[in-house]
Design a protein around this ligand. Sequence first.
Ligand SMILES: *[C@@H]1O[C@H](CO)[C@@H](O)[C@H](O)[C@H]1NC(C)=O
Ligand SMILES: *[C@@H]1O[C@H](CO)[C@@H](O)[C@H](O)[C@H]1NC(C)=O
Length: 209
Amino acid sequence: MEYPILIPFILFCFAKTCHGDGAGVLFSTLPKTLLVAASPQQGQVLQAGEDRITVKWSLNESFQATGVDKLYKKVKVTLCYAPISQIDRGWRRTVDNLRKDKTCQFTIDNRAYDASSQSNQSLDWTIGENVPTATYFVRVYAYNSADEEVGFGQTTDAKKTSNLFVIKGVSGRHNSLEVVSICFSAFSVVAFFGFFLVEKRKNRSLSKN
Ligand SMILES: *[C@@H]1O[C@H](CO)[C@@H](O)[C@H](O)[C@H]1NC(C)=O
Ligand SMILES: *[C@@H]1O[C@H](CO)[C@@H](O)[C@H](O)[C@H]1NC(C)=O
């Protein structure tokens, strides 16, 4: 009885998914129009929830005459996984279709594109506590008024091998807390049995008397 009601609902869900997957800009088609620089040095190790990152970006001068950024309405500054931290982790994989891409999961900032200033735009960000231990780079996307990616820039090269930095997640500190609590529970087990043996011996010597 309920199936006839469910079927259109399921079809509707499928249609939604198909539509969502059908669209989406391909990263390989995006021009690299932005120059992006971030404060971490190659190989630097930063602590999530504590250390700060400064990101600067500007339109590459070669593109200034073309007026390509007239389309730019918004920029999104993102933190992205380097290839070494994507191995065997499907949930971080790089897909050319940006709707499905999982490379840049952390949004540092979303803001209007400032076309008036030819100077660099910049921001200061305290690394979020939800950022896990991994190797990263920074990428900035430019969006048009339809909210589609139309340009980008990143701190690393095309192969994503240079200027990578490491962030240590907050859970790294949890691990040392876990070690402490495991030590405590091991200690209490030992203490319990120790107490038990002492009591037993006491009882034995009492019953001898
Ligand atoms: C700016 O863009 C031009 C053309 O794509 C490129 O050759 C040049 O290397 C870029 N400049 C920088 C600093 O990346
Ligand atoms: C913007 O930053 C780039 C690279 O970091 C630098 O080459 C350029 O001179 C800067 N431009 C201004 C106007 O500060």
